[in-house]
Design a protein around this ligand. Structure first.
Ligand SMILES: [Zn+2]
Length: 160
């Protein structure tokens, strides 16, 4: 897949490091991931709960968890236990929340409890997010591979 001509120089995959390190950025990353985890607990979805935070200029500018659109019933799964097609992923909710505000996500950092699917990876790239920090890795690596190719720095922290 050769979609972009963006140089890959600012693409970094950091190894997972424990959160006992004192480096300031790392401590903040861990703290935001812990918050994202608490946000995930707000989700009404039963199969999987995911939380997202968007931080820009040291401020949280948006948040989200996976769930149905506003105005819809809260249940994410149908009677067969399958996720309804219109459930929004946590990062999609956080990005669209910024779209409703006067702010934007350009040059921001996205904190996620689970790395993005390929659909959300497109939104992350297009929203101008420049950095992604996440805890767990989604089963399909297409989304994270896409972000690498588009020059977004990604960091996995397994135990924030
Ligand atoms: Zn997604």
């Amino acid at each position: 897949m050769e979609v972009f001509k963006i140089p890959l120089m600012n693409t970094i995959e950091h190894p997972s490091t424990p959160c006992t390190e004192s480096e300031k950025q790392h401590r903040y990353d861990c703290a935001y991931l812990k918050m994202a985890r608490q946000w995930a607990e707000l989700s009404h979805c039963k199969r999987r709960q995911v939380g997202a935070l968007i931080v820009k200029d040291d401020m949280i500018i948006s948040d989200g968890y996976n769930g149905t659109p506003s105005g819809a019933e809260n249940a994410c799964e149908d009677e067969n236990g399958d996720t309804k097609w219109y459930v929004l992923h946590a990062e999609a909710n956080a990005i669209t929340k910024v779209a409703r505000s006067t702010n934007n996500a350009v040059n921001s950092t996205l904190y996620l409890t689970l790395s993005p699917c390929r659909e959300c990876a497109k939104l992350i790239h297009q929203a101008g997010i420049k950095r992604l920090v996440y805890i767990d890795r989604y089963k399909d690596p297409t989304g994270i591979d896409f972000l690498h190719r588009s020059g977004i720095e990604t960091t996995q922290i397994l135990q924030p």
